[in-house]
Design a protein around this ligand. Structure first.
Ligand SMILES: Nc1nc2c([nH]c(=O)n2[C@@H]2O[C@H](COP(=O)(O)OP(=O)(O)OP(=O)(O)O)[C@@H](O)[C@H]2O)c(=O)[nH]1
Length: 137
């Protein structure tokens, strides 16, 4: 008997929103969600038929009430959590309008960080390759 193939990886977009100072915005997941209280880059799942660039602009508008300019893409990769696999699709972005404010259901807190500060945070496991791609060690 052969086992069923694993479900495909879930495409997830995330934004490294870079300020003029070079600080990057990170957000803390709420306690009740998968990876509760871990820090991550804001973003979320790509909806069917949506391009990754459109998905990240939508997610940031929904989660933070801000409009972004979507810039270059960083390398994509898959990450295996025990319960599911995600395809991470990171973009380097800038704020176009609005001041990011956390949506209470989406994030517990926001923080602007440097490359050394982000390495001290309890990040979601899938975010480390993103950190290392943007700020090579
Ligand atoms: N947004 C985001 N999700 C991440 C990151 N790193 C990471 O492992 N994930 C995982 O990717 C998946 C995306 O989930 P999400 O909860 O942010 O997405 P969403 O808002 O569209 O979904 P939902 O409406 O089902 O809650 C989760 O399994 C989450 O834990 C990251 O940096 N940003």
């Amino acid at each position: 008997m052969s086992s069923a193939p694993p479900p495909p990886a879930i495409p997830v977009v995330c934004a490294l929103i870079v300020a003029a100072s070079g600080h990057v915005l990170v957000a803390q997941r709420p306690a009740h969600k998968h990876l509760g209280l871990k820090w991550e880059f804001p973003g979320g799942k790509v909806e069917p038929g949506e391009s990754p660039a459109a998905a990240i602009a939508r997610e940031i508008q929904e989660e933070l009430g801000a409009t972004i300019l979507v810039g270059r893409a960083l390398p994509t990769f898959t990450h295996d959590y025990a319960s599911h696999q995600i395809e991470m699709i990171p973009f380097v972005c800038q704020l176009a309008a609005g001041s990011p404010a956390p949506h209470p259901r989406e994030h517990a807190a926001l923080r602007w960080v440097t490359s050394s500060e982000i390495r001290l945070l309890d990040l979601a496991a899938a975010d480390w390759p993103v950190v290392n791609a943007y700020w090579p060690a």
